[in-house]
Design a protein around this ligand. Sequence first.
Ligand code: NAD
Length: 483
Amino acid sequence: MTNKTPITIARGDGIGPEIMDATLRILDDAGAALKLEEIEIGQAVYQRGVSSGIEDKSWDSLRRTKVFLKAPITTPQGGGFKSLNVTIRKTLGLYANVRPCISYAPYVETPHPDMDLVIVRENEEDLYGGIEYRQSQDVMSSLKIISRPGTERIVRYAFEYARANGRKKVTCMTKDNIMKLTDGLFHKVFDEIGAEYPDIEKNHMIIDIGAAKIAAYPHMFDIIVTPNLYGDIISDIAAEITGSVGLGGSSNIGIDFAMFEAVHGSAPDIAGKGIANPSGLLLGAVMMLVHIGQGDVAARVHNAWLKTIEDGIHTGEIFRPRVSREKVGTEGFCRAVIERLGQMPQKLKAVNYNGVPPGGMKLPPLKPRKEEKKERVGVDLNMNFDGTPEELAKCVLPCVGEGLELSMISNRGVKVWPKGQPGTFCADNWRLRFMVKEKGTQVRTSQVIALLDRLNKADMNFTKAVMLHTFDGKPGFSAAQGE
Ligand code: NAD
């Protein structure tokens, strides 16, 4: 192969440099035709005061190569630093995070020898928008965003992935019994798009029981598609019960860009000890080779890796005297894989990536949007207040004005006025719902501005206003508990 594919790599933090070094050596010995551009991301960059963890010149490389092999990085907690992983996924539009979780029994000890599932995690939306507010002295909030186009893309990706990979079933997991609008939309779009795939079996599970079933009976699942946060959690559960979180590779796929990495993090507890398992990043790199059209090299690496696992050459976290033959560190494991390049596993199923088209799957365009009639029927105002619901209502009622009514006050999502339950605990941030008095009319902006003005003059401390709309007559806002 003469044409080298340019890719961007980053060695990351913690065990990142060790596992990246091992991975690159294996790829090189396997004959991968790669032209590496290295960028620096993560802790060193954060420490230079770059709060995003990545510098402008690094974006240039990513935009040029469009393919990124990334070792894990350490996300600083708090301190105004944003998660670089989230920034990269969102900036490059990497909407699908694909995480195969496969057990390698009997060679890697696991209570689940028949496990072979793929988690397709939405990668850009949900609570990972990082849109958070301190609403009052005592209350923080985080905004969960689920969009129809974002959901349609990930759900379609899951079904197309199932077809392309000969998989039979797609399970959607949400919490739409509680989050009826956000997760409700995800579930609804799953049903709509799923109907276009009669050849694929499909079902929906509430995420809590779904996660429990993954932990106890992972063989029940084939492909799971789920919003960002649930996907993050269940993919660690699923990867860990295959034998180790260190075994899982992951691809992050967008329309123009793709990033490949391990499921696990930077494992600071074992960094620098030379004992990290490089398999997660290596299997991420295998996915990358398939993506850039080097499926033959991908298969060479993957089969050598399977043979290594099968031969019982294991890093410490999966080493079990009963099933393993030799305990190795990162370096020893890397050498063992290189020695086996060209060999096939005897018992584990060999892989073959012939015929997989480069560049990933091409999805059809989004379905055309059906316009709905949007009417503004009210406004929710958030207010800071120390006192009882009745005291708050007494202060606010004289400010309500023409055409509106105070229909409800809630605290932490629970209705506390009118007719609240006496035992409900109230924090210092309240939500007041003002609705149009006369059915069929709409709230005018001037009415809301006048309301805010009156509240301001009455010294009421409002912090946030959210307009309430109906869409084709259906409320575009949730009711409070007990409303
Ligand atoms: P982690 O995945 O780094 O480690 C969890 C446990 O698994 C640790 O005991 C670790 O030693 C072990 N482990 C992980 N990878 C291993 C490997 N390859 N070989 C052997 N053992 C391995 O999770 P964490 O400790 O919660 O997070 C550490 C840091 O990583 C945090 O700063 C977190 O934000 C970051 N993180 C980054 C990514 C990423 O870059 N994609 C993903 C997850 C977490």
